[in-house]
Design a protein around this ligand. Structure first.
Ligand code: NDP
Length: 402
């Protein structure tokens, strides 16, 4: 029986709140707080109607440490789940340290004025959390999150040493809009337009954004998709924690319409993050674009199709070369039926709930700041099967990305 404070009431916050509310025996008291409290109230109403469970709501500016600390003291939670934006990671970690509460997030810190994300800022909190006897679990979404646990699970049970890793994120869903993003548009577009980096022979190699493309055929007749190489934050922690990796890459599927729109928007300057003058005001083009695009939390009812996200790993077992592929398939409409969200928010929110459960049950309670692959993958993998994200391993896949 534990009390949790969820911060952020967007697409992911909605799923975390629904999934935690389903597990009353673990998450007995839930408070959902965000900048706009009416979003929290809407989610609280959904949960009351679908499950008969009451959750509390609150307003907070998560950029403001004193406000956060006051809210944490009032709610007195055992754990704070941060599903606001990456810009708020450090302020929420500071507030957790000040109030003596464990912390979990799904995305690494990113400064608002530079499109650059890396773990250094959060890893710098290692000693502070360790000394305070508090756990901070970083990246407990799907990618990062489940993909890190998948890698740890294969490394533990299927290989003596892993040498290559390809994380392949396919979204075969269609929301019917010519252009929309499946999670926060600002964060999504910053990520997709950033230079690509992949790990090769002990260093990160930089290539232009979206310059490498492959065709990938998913298992279980999900289909064949074009996937593009891009940088993703889990490459930084996985190559650190698995130093035998010679090559590590991240691939994501994009449809032609999405790419054409993105190219045009980029060409006219709409994806820029530097402020520009507009009729006597300073505006950030990407933030303005966000206000025009569909809110990702409204895509649920109209998105049809499936996601297929997994890790293709090669290495050595008993002196022999070997390849294995581990994946989850998730159906957008099935997610909507369960928690009124599409599969991108669902596949992020469920691992956040499971990571929280691992900490609260004491299985992953360990003072310090940890990437999720540093924990024992087995109980998390068992819970993925139990709570809506079942997975499969293909030991000798007949496909590759080359
Ligand atoms: P949304 O934009 O839908 O939601 C973000 C929420 O955070 C909104 O409720 C917003 O409030 C709130 N928020 C923003 N700034 C503040 C602030 N200063 N104080 C309080 N609340 C604030 O994003 P998503 O739900 O799509 O994503 C949430 C997080 O999950 C992001 O960090 C994203 O990067 C991460 N993510 C991780 C994935 C993974 O697999 N690891 C995949 C997808 C997302 P308001 O309504 O007022 O704007």
């Amino acid at each position: 029986m534990a009390s949790i404070l969820i911060i952020g009431a967007g697409g992911v916050g909605q799923v975390v709140a629904h999934k935690c509310a389903q597990l009353s025996e673990i998450f007995s008291e839930i408070t959902l707080a965000s900048r706009t409290e009416s979003r929290c109230a809407l989610i609280a109403r959904q949960i009351k109607e679908s499950q008969g469970k009451v959750i509390a709501t609150a307003q907070v500016d998560a950029d403001n440490v004193p406000q956060l600390a006051a809210l944490i003291r009032k709610v007195n939670p055992d754990l704070v789940i941060n599903v606001a934006l990456p810009y708020q990671d450090l302020t929420i970690m500071d507030a957790c340290l000040e109030t003596g509460v464990d912390y979990l997030d799904t995305a690494n810190y990113e400064p608002p004025d530079t499109a650059k994300f890396e773990y250094s800022w959060q890893w710098a909190y290692q000693e502070k959390f360790e000394k305070a006897g508090l756990t901070a679990l970083l990246g407990s979404g799907f990618d990062p999150g489940a993909t890190n646990v998948f890698t740890a699970y294969l490394a533990k049970h299927y290989f003596d040493e892993i040498h290559t890793l390809d994380i392949i994120d396919v979204n075969g869903g269609d929301h019917g809009y010519p252009f929309a993003t499946n999670f926060n548009p600002e964060i999504n577009i910053r990520e997709v337009t950033a230079e690509c980096r992949h790990w090769q022979d002990g260093t990160f190699v930089t290539t232009p954004a979206m310059s490498e493309k492959r065709s990938f055929t998913c298992p279980e007749s999900i289909g064949t998709y074009n996937v593009y190489r891009m940088y993703h934050e889990e490459l930084e922690s996985l190559t650190k924690h698995y130093p035998t990796l010679k090559k590590a890459q991240f691939w994501m599927s994009f449809g032609d319409s999405y790419l054409t729109h993105l190219e045009v928007l980029g060409n006219v300057g709409m994806t820029g993050i530097a402020p520009v003058d507009f009729q006597g005001q300073k505006i950030v083009p990407l933030q303005f674009l966000k206000t025009l695009l569909p809110d990702p939390s409204t895509l649920g009812s109209r998105t049809k199709g499936k996601t297929c996200i997994g890790c293709l790993v090669s290495g050595i077992k008993d002196g022999k070369k070997k390849t294995a592929y581990i994946y989850n398939i998730c159906d957008h409409q099935a997610c909507y039926k369960e928690v009124m969200s599409q599969a991108i928010s669902y596949t992020t929110g469920v691992p956040a709930m499971i990571g929280a459960k691992m900490i609260l049950e004491g299985q992953w309670k360990k003072p310090g700041v940890w990437n999720i692959e540093q924990m024992d993958p087995d109980p998390f993998m068992a819970d993925m099967n139990r709570y809506g994200l079942s997975w499969q391993v293909i030991q000798t896949p007949e496909f590759s990305l080359d």
